[in-house]
Design a binder for this molecule. Structure first.
Ligand code: AMP
Ligand code: MG
Length: 413
């Protein structure tokens, strides 16, 4: 038996960030930048108006007020997109729109709201300070600035900045493509009502969905029977196109545990018992010419999901160039006591809420229901895993427990 940490360390020490590829900006959403981006331009690239109003000399309006308005001639109209080079003389104004280039000489914009909106002459009833409502060249980004570093995740906000400085395509770490193979003679395709002795391949859909939730690319291969030749040829073909392979089932002590039997002496595959519940039987290694990481997870659905969260997700994030962990653990108070196994880390399905009252708020964890490793009801009801260390022998009501969120935390008041 090895510890959760030992197995995780072996995995994270093995996997590597994927080699970069070039993608158009929008296609790169969710990927991590694999280059630096330096701006060739300044933003704003020209002095422009921040308001719809009138470009003026601030000094001309020094005494303007509601009680003593100042009238200025309007000598030109400047729309956004204008490419004219214009100069304003003191004592006059030009009507200007947001984002339009400022005429030379003008040093402020008086917003239209402080005027009568006149077209040939404008009555201004407020003063304006020097530079007010004028966007200066480079106040956002200066030409030559490093605007984004290697390793930055491209979310909508980062895509906007890269687009604004003129970038069309970028080098990124691609999203890992993950093949999901379910093994077991009892498995039938989702969408079918199971008959006697049959089990729907819920793992295949669950893990494909989990891969997608992680912003990686799943490929559900489907169900493979407990037959050595079929399994071997299936996994071999997946090693050609996938960046990682996940299998479920066939890794425990049963007579037909094909995955373990077939892969035990292949590549760097190693099968271990991990001191955890659920999820004890695990296999991991790299296979094939491209050294593809292969995760062989147990077949019980809860064991498979816990294994994915604890071992596969950190690896896929690292392959994608992201941090191993992206969400923090949440400390909660146990709503009641529950039994824990001796000598193993327990991953208990819990409902995690943040309970607010007049004297503050606290996180509370309550058992989500029947905790069998095959129990999908409590898995679907849970929004977190309470992680109870191996040396804890009992959780009592009021104990602090550390929780790994699986989804949004409930807000209760
Ligand atoms: P195994 O790890 O192959 O011994 O399977 C353990 C349990 O998980 C058995 O009850 C299987 O029927 C069940 N199981 C295995 N694979 C799947 C799957 N893909 N979807 C749902 N349940 C499964
Ligand atoms: Mg099986």
């Amino acid at each position: 038996m090895i510890t959760v940490q030992e197995h995780l360390s072996r995995i994270v020490d093995t996997v590597q960030r994927l080699p970069p590829i070039g993608l158009d900006l929008l296609d790169a959403q969710g990927c991590v930048l694999a280059q630096e981006v330096t701006s060739a331009v300044s933003l704003p690239g020209f002095r422009s108006s921040a308001m719809d109003g009138y470009a003026v000399y601030a000094a001309d309006l020094a005494v303007a007020s509601l009680a003593a308005p100042v009238t200025l001639p309007v000598v030109h109209d400047i729309a956004a997109g204008s490419t004219e080079t214009l100069s304003l003389a003191a004592g006059a104004s030009m009507r200007i729109m947001t984002g339009a280039p400022m005429p030379n000489g003008a040093d402020a914009v008086i917003p239209v709201e402080a005027t009568d909106g006149g077209l040939t002459r404008v009555v201004v009833s407020a003063s304006v300070s020097l530079g007010e409502h004028v966007r200066q060249v480079g106040e956002d980004v200066a030409a030559g600035d490093l605007v984004m570093s290697d390793g930055m995740r491209l979310e909508p906000r980062q895509i906007a900045l890269l687009a604004a400085v003129g970038t069309g395509a970028v080098m990124v770490t691609p999203k890992p493509r993950v093949a999901v193979i379910s093994t077991g003679d009892e498995l039938i395709e989702p969408g079918t009502r199971p008959g006697f002795g049959q089990v729907v391949d819920s793992n295949g859909l669950m893990l494909s969905a989990a891969v997608r939730s992680l912003d990686c690319i799943p490929f559900r291969v489907g169900c493979v029977p407990d037959d050595s030749q079929t399994f071997l040829s299936t996994i071999k073909s997946q090693l050609l196109g996938a960046d990682a392979v996940i299998t479920t089932g066939g890794v425990s002590m049963g007579a037909y545990d094909t995955v373990k039997a077939v892969l035990s002496s292949v590549g760097t595959m190693r099968f271990d018992k991990i001191a955890m519940q659920p999820g004890m039987p695990q296999g991991f290694g790299v296979l094939g010419q491209d050294q593809i990481p292969v995760f062989t997870l147990p077949g019980n659905p809860v064991s498979a999901l816990v294994s994915f969260e604890v071992f596969v997700a950190p690896a896929l994030r690292l392959m994608a160039g992201r941090p191993q962990h992206e969400t923090s653990m949440v400390t909660a108070v146990a709503a009641h006591g529950w039994a824990v196994p001796a000598g193993k880390v327990q991953f208990a399905r819990v409902v995690l809420s943040r309970v607010s009252s007049h004297n503050g708020s606290a996180h509370v964890a309550a058992i989500a229901g029947f905790q069998g490793s095959h129990a999908l009801g409590s898995l679907a009801a849970a929004n977190a895993l309470a992680v109870i260390p191996a040396d804890v022998t009992r959780v009592r009501a009021g104990d602090q427990v550390s929780c790994h969120p699986l989804g949004p935390i409930l807000e209760v008041s």
